[in-house]
Design a binder for this molecule. Structure first.
Ligand SMILES: [Zn+2]
Length: 359
């Protein structure tokens, strides 16, 4: 009800020209097919050790993904499209600042190798979909043969949803482990604007190419960046994104000589000017680090940093065991993945914790 009120407030203020930013549309009903959520605020719930009491629902057994650091101010029950139940608590916590280090790293993201660091380390990502593509085809085929609104259709739909949920978990787990490690070990992390590559001539066909675009979404670049960003904020690290027009692949990291565009197939090349041999991705990672060093303002976001929302959005996008902190100045109403109640009001540090719920 509070959310609805806030939504209407936003809408009316917007139509009267009192609210800045994009025009706000009137609130809509949530789709019954997608994720279902319900929020309980103070007084509406009580947390026990193995159980939680929810108003009008009663006691539920719960399994914690991790301990709550402080008493929660609200809880959201989520049922995702794969019929899994989660509880998400809103908790206030202080950002913990990690001891400073002198390390910094540039990261080049790619398809063959998920991430190449400027020190030459390469990390491969699990490609959960690549392995199971046949199964997905089978499942979606079976779904397409059924009629909407019937029980068989619903069963098939849940099967597909479960399949996708599993992929997402594998991906998320990997990305979180990797990003935590990177943030712990480095003071400065520099990443290339991910969509830069697509606009470079040699890779412009990337997103149009179905196989490639599937490979890219299987990797979760965007999610990786978001979680790096959030964790940098949480632990007091410096996260930068370099300009989208910065040449990273084609520039020699030794002498700065700019060679021509490199075809995707070219993994190694030799500089025509100084003669040094480069690994394609490592060279790019070094260039990214250098570019990040001398262009502090170029964070690729045109000054509009919305980390808090992004951090929360990362949470919403299906993490099972994660915890993110927003900076103290920001507010996250996005803990509730509904289009309602995104007010611009100020609230202190907030973190979201996801828990699996068993019946
Ligand atoms: Zn050179």
């Amino acid at each position: 009800m509070n959310d609805l009120n806030q939504a209407y407030q936003n809408f009316f203020k917007s139509t009267q020209g009192k609210r800045k930013g994009k025009p706000v549309k009137p609130p809509k009903f949530k789709s019954r097919k997608s994720k279902q959520t319900a929020r309980f605020t103070k007084g509406g719930f009580k947390v026990g050790q193995h159980k939680i009491y929810l108003a009008k629902i009663g006691k539920l057994k719960i399994v914690w993904s991790r301990e709550l650091p402080a008493p929660p101010s609200s809880v959201t029950v989520i049922k995702d499209s794969a019929h899994r139940y989660f509880l998400s608590f809103v908790v206030e916590i202080q950002p913990e600042i990690l001891p400073k280090t002198d390390n910094s790293v540039g990261i080049d993201l790619g398809i063959k190798t998920f991430a190449t660091f400027s020190d030459g380390t390469k990390v491969d990502a699990p490609k959960p979909l690549k392995k199971r593509i046949k199964k997905l085809r089978k499942l979606s085929k079976s779904l397409s043969h059924k009629t909407k609104g019937f029980k068989r259709y619903e069963k098939a739909r849940v099967r597909v949803a479960k399949f996708h949920a599993k992929l997402k978990d594998t991906r998320t787990d990997f990305l979180h482990k990797l990003s935590t490690e990177i943030i712990r070990e480095n003071q400065t992390v520099v990443l290339e604007d991910l969509f830069a590559k697509h606009s470079e001539g040699n890779v412009s066909g990337m997103i149009k190419n179905r196989k490639l675009s599937r490979a890219i979404s299987d990797l979760g670049w965007r999610q990786f960046r978001t979680s790096l960003e959030g964790k940098a904020e949480k632990y007091g690290r410096d996260f930068r994104v370099i300009d989208r027009w910065e040449p990273t692949t084609s520039k020699c990291s030794c002498c700065g000589f700019k060679g021509g565009k490199l075809d995707l197939q070219v993994r190694e090349w030799k500089c025509l000017n100084c003669g040094s041999k480069h690994d394609r991705d490592e060279n790019a990672a070094i260039n990214i680090l250098v570019a990040g060093g001398h262009s502090e303002t170029k964070n690729g976001r045109r000054g509009k940093r919305q980390t808090s929302v992004k951090v929360a959005a990362a949470n919403v996008s299906g993490a099972l065991r994660q915890q993110n902190v927003n900076p103290p100045r920001s507010y996250s109403s996005v803990g509730i993945p509904a289009p309602l109640g995104r007010g611009g009001c100020q609230q202190p540090a907030i973190s979201l914790i996801w828990l699996c719920l068993f019946y």
